[in-house]
Design a protein around this ligand. Structure first.
Ligand SMILES: Cc1cc2nc3c(=O)[nH]c(=O)nc-3n(C[C@H](O)[C@H](O)[C@H](O)COP(=O)(O)OP(=O)(O)OC[C@H]3O[C@@H](n4cnc5c(N)ncnc54)[C@H](O)[C@@H]3O)c2cc1C
Length: 397
């Protein structure tokens, strides 16, 4: 789909669907910047799955619609701007596509339908206490014992592990070879005996990630993805499209709208914030950055549509997109001023107080969201690592 009118009609269909089908309580929770409760998220995923909108970028063979990159990007943006919660990239953009590409027919049959239904949740077990940016130094090991691997070690910063049914893990299966060559990719049932999950509560007050401990966990040999010691190649195989999504244009637009809503409701020195020079200057600067990001993303989308690889240059989208998200959150906090004091959500609900509405609702989570957004420039490869990639592979420095 390259025609602008066609794309606009497509966007219109998505918008109508979201206006009619997105449950109002889910939309309100997202608007307030709170976490959507798990049962409500699962219910929303079911609505999307039934309408064919949960994995529309997957091939039809696996329950998708085979949408183009352009359609998928437009869909993601409409989801954000219409107030839908962000979907798990780990389920739908990582493990799903990895299994399509590297999974055995038995693994594909076992998992892809369940993931596409929205009822099965996965988490990603890559990082360890001593292996983050330098992921290849990971030491969680898997050893052969008859029909099983026996896994020992621990993972950290595992997003969503407390709710996940399965974890895909990088494990060391050979210590004698070069670090990258001795790693394998395993699928592990989170209900396996010997797994302990310990949530980590962040400075923002939310438990978004966890420590996961493996103590003699038995994993059937058939849960190995690809060949033994091929895990590094699989882990690096983020598809071009997934990397394009890291610009998070829709999420940036969602935050832009929230800042504007705050600024229109606040007054400073007797004038609306939208007339105050400091605010106008910062907003205009971020807006220009967003426009530039969008133009750059469009360039990569066109390239992807014509079948050309995005190359290492695509790192700039992750670098800029994640930083801009943080800047919008910071501007929201600054625009709210003293109203953005940290908010005790637990005390608020346990005392049965009325949920705040309007500006107060946004203010209630503004500080937490600002802290949460600090992680965006670390997760999925920190900004320093993106700079290194651009310096070496693009600029040739
Ligand atoms: C919100 C969030 C969610 C996450 N979810 C998951 C998950 O689900 N699963 C998972 O496996 N992991 C997850 N992570 C972990 C994430 O992948 C790691 O935090 C990240 O790879 C950085 O590793 P590290 O924390 O060990 O920091 P380190 O690698 O120790 O880095 C510390 C600092 O040194 C800098 N640095 C490191 N190496 C270099 C270098 N070569 N050149 C220049 N600077 C360098 C880094 O940029 C950083 O500033 C998540 C992280 C966050 C913040």
């Amino acid at each position: 789909m390259t025609d602008t009118t066609e794309l606009e009609a497509f966007r219109g269909q998505i918008r109508t669907f979201l206006q009619n089908q997105l449950p109002p309580d889910v939309r309100d929770t997202v608007h307030r910047g709170q976490m959507v409760p798990r049962d409500r998220m699962l219910a929303w995923q079911e609505i999307l799955a039934q309408a064919g909108y949960l994995v529309p970028h997957w091939p039809e063979q696996w329950g998708g619609r085979g949408w183009s990159v352009q359609q998928q990007m437009a869909f993601d943006e409409e989801m954000c701007t219409q107030g839908a919660p962000e979907l798990s990239a780990i389920n739908f953009d990582m493990i799903g596509p990895i299994l399509m590409r590297y999974g055995s027919p038995a693994q594909q049959a076992q998992f892809l339908g369940a993931i596409a239904s929205g009822r099965q949740s996965w988490c990603q077990g890559y990082s360890e206490p001593q292996a983050g940016s330098d992921l290849a130094s990971l030491s969680t090991r898997a050893e052969h014992h008859g029909e099983h691997f026996v896994v020992n070690g621990s993972k950290i910063w595992t997003s969503g592990a407390q709710h996940a049914d399965w974890i895909f893990c990088l494990v060391r299966t050979d210590r004698e070879v070069r670090a990258q060559q001795g790693i394998s990719f395993l699928l592990i049932d989170m209900a396996s005996p010997g797994i302990t999950v310990r949530p980590i509560v962040g400075i923002h007050g939310w438990a978004v990630f966890n420590e996961v401990f493996f103590d003699n966990v038995q994993v059937p040999l058939q849960n190995l993805v690809g060949e033994e010691n091929q895990g590094w190649t699989i882990a690096k195989s983020l598809l071009e499209f997934e990397r394009l999504k890291l610009a998070r244009i829709g999420e940036n637009k969602r935050r832009r709208a929230r800042v504007l809503e705050v600024a229109r409701s606040r007054r400073e020195a007797g004038r609306p914030l939208t007339e105050r020079p400091w605010f106008r200057q910062r907003f205009a600067e971020l807006d220009a950055r967003l426009l530039a990001l969008e133009a750059n993303a469009a360039r990569f989308i066109r390239r992807a549509q014509s079948g050309k690889p995005a190359g290492a240059e695509v790192s700039m989208l992750k670098l800029r997109g994640s930083h801009l998200l943080q800047q919008w959150e910071q501007l929201t906090v600054d625009a709210l001023g003293p109203q953005a004091m940290p908010f005790d959500a637990a005390a608020w609900s346990s005392q049965g107080a009325e949920a705040p509405t309007g500006l107060a609702a946004i203010a209630a989570t503004a500080s937490s969201r600002r802290f949460l957004s600090r992680g965006f420039t670390i997760a999925g490869g920190s900004s320093e690592i993106q700079h290194n990639i651009l310096a070496k592979q693009v600029l040739g420095l």
